[in-house]
Design a protein around this ligand. Structure first.
Ligand code: GDP
Length: 296
């Protein structure tokens, strides 16, 4: 629930207004409901699906008055988000390798720090790899996170080959019996083919060491950018096999509905949400909690 205040306020207040403003469900009510869903950034496709479901529920007399809309909408949203959802895939034998991709500024480094911290708190040995060799600041920043959470950081000098860093990190993890390796990557978007080549090479060297690695490729997206996050997601999922999304800065936006759009329009599950700048402000995503938080 924490971090969703703005989204909830935007969404729930509009739904409440709608419900109190109407005594019966008519076409005008349904038009307004559609507008509320669209304004919450759940996306055109999902809005259409939800509206169809709701019309059906009205036909079935599951919804007879405006007040009965809320539980049905919550249940449908939860169903959409839960469908086919899986949590993090861990390696059958450690280390689990997690590749993290996304453009600069979305909160990638912070997410790696928080994610490392999550696993550290479970008592696991975590290793971070400074694969964004393009920016010296990115290497330094990762180092600071490593110190903060008690994780070793594998780094090379600025400008070196990111695939070599990834290779070293996986080897070091095996040698030192680390359970989790989290690999940062460059966030500059030169061209799609450029990005694709770099990520492909990283994946190739990792797989040479551990055949089914990386076990997860997480794409970090900034929720405050709304539909722009969707276009970034399209680009990255075409460039590399993204297995899940980390949606950051949910605390700073009313556009939390983008979680739904990511799932339905791109088929990508949101696996984590960032709800603040602190080390503990990363939560595993849970469809039921998310849907419930929107309505209470
Ligand atoms: P990078 O360039 O993608 O590595 O981005 P950074 O990790 O440096 O983060 C950019 C800014 O976003 C920093 O000021 C972070 O503290 C902030 N940030 C990251 N995640 C979150 C979040 O979930 N909520 C909020 N409010 N800020 C965040």
């Amino acid at each position: 629930k924490a971090g969703l205040e703005k989204t909830r306020k935007n969404f729930t207040e509009k739904i409440e207004q709608l419900i109190t403003g109407y005594t019966k469900i008519d076409d005008e009510f349904l038009d307004e409901l559609e507008a509320v869903l669209l304004s919450a950034d759940v996306g055109i496709k999902t809005t259409a699906t939800l509206m169809k479901d709701i019309r059906q529920a009205i036909k079935n007399r599951e919804i007879e008055t405006p007040e009965q809309l809320k539980p049905v909408l919550q249940e449908r949203l939860c169903a959409v988000l839960s469908e086919g959802w899986t949590g993090m895939r861990l390696a059958p034998e450690p280390p689990t390798v997690i590749l993290v991709v996304g453009v600069n500024g979305v909160g990638k480094t912070t997410t790696i720090g928080k994610l490392g911290n999550y696993y550290r708190q479970l008592g696991l040995k975590v290793l971070l790899a400074a694969g964004d060799t393009f920016r010296a600041a990115a290497i330094d920043q990762l180092e600071i996170w490593g110190q903060r959470i008690g994780a070793e950081v594998i780094k090379h000098s600025e400008g070196s080959d990111p695939a070599a860093v990834a290779f070293d990190a996986v080897q070091a993890a095996k040698a030192r019996k680390a359970e989790i390796v989290i690999i940062d990557t460059a966030g500059r978007l030169h061209t799609k083919s450029n990005l694709m080549e770099e990520l492909k090479k990283i994946r190739r060297v990792i797989a040479r060491e551990i055949p089914d690695a990386p076990h997860e490729t997480l794409l970090v997206l900034d929720a405050t950018t709304g539909q722009n996050a969707i276009s970034q997601a399209k680009l990255f999922s075409e460039a590399t096999g993204v297995t899940g999304v980390v949606l950051t800065k949910l605390d700073g936006t009313a556009k939390g509905g983008v979680v739904v759009a990511i799932k339905t329009e791109l088929g990508l599950p949101v696996k984590w949400v960032g709800v603040g700048e602190g080390v503990n402000d990363l939560r595993p995503f849970n469809a039921q909690d998310f849907a419930a938080a929107l309505f209470t």
